[in-house]
Design a protein. Structure first.
Length: 92
């Protein structure tokens, strides 16, 4: 499913126009992004938790040359599915 498919599904389910659904999707994604940038978790009961995770600096290896290289520490977004989502996925 791509963004257009999602927009159309939301518009159909909510009984709104595609433009309104697109604005709603933008608002939700913007709110989640803002919370993660601020270091907060976003918990959607039954669906899951969006959070940030810190990755420590480490030494990696270039697979083509075998040369060692330093990989800087970073922060990444992570998603942990909720119990209801896990249950629904297990049935499919």
């Amino acid at each position: 499913m791509n963004r257009t498919d999602l927009k159309n599904k939301v518009a159909e389910s909510a009984g709104v126009s595609a433009a309104e659904a697109d604005r709603a999707i933008d608002a939700v994604l913007g709110a989640i992004t803002d919370a993660l940038v601020a270091g907060d978790k976003v918990s959607l009961p039954g669906f899951g938790i969006f959070e940030t995770r810190e990755r420590a600096a480490r030494t990696g290896r270039n697979p083509q040359t075998g040369e060692s290289l330093d990989i800087a520490a970073s922060t990444s977004a992570a998603f942990k599915p909720g119990a209801e989502l896990k249950r629904k996925l297990a049935k499919s």
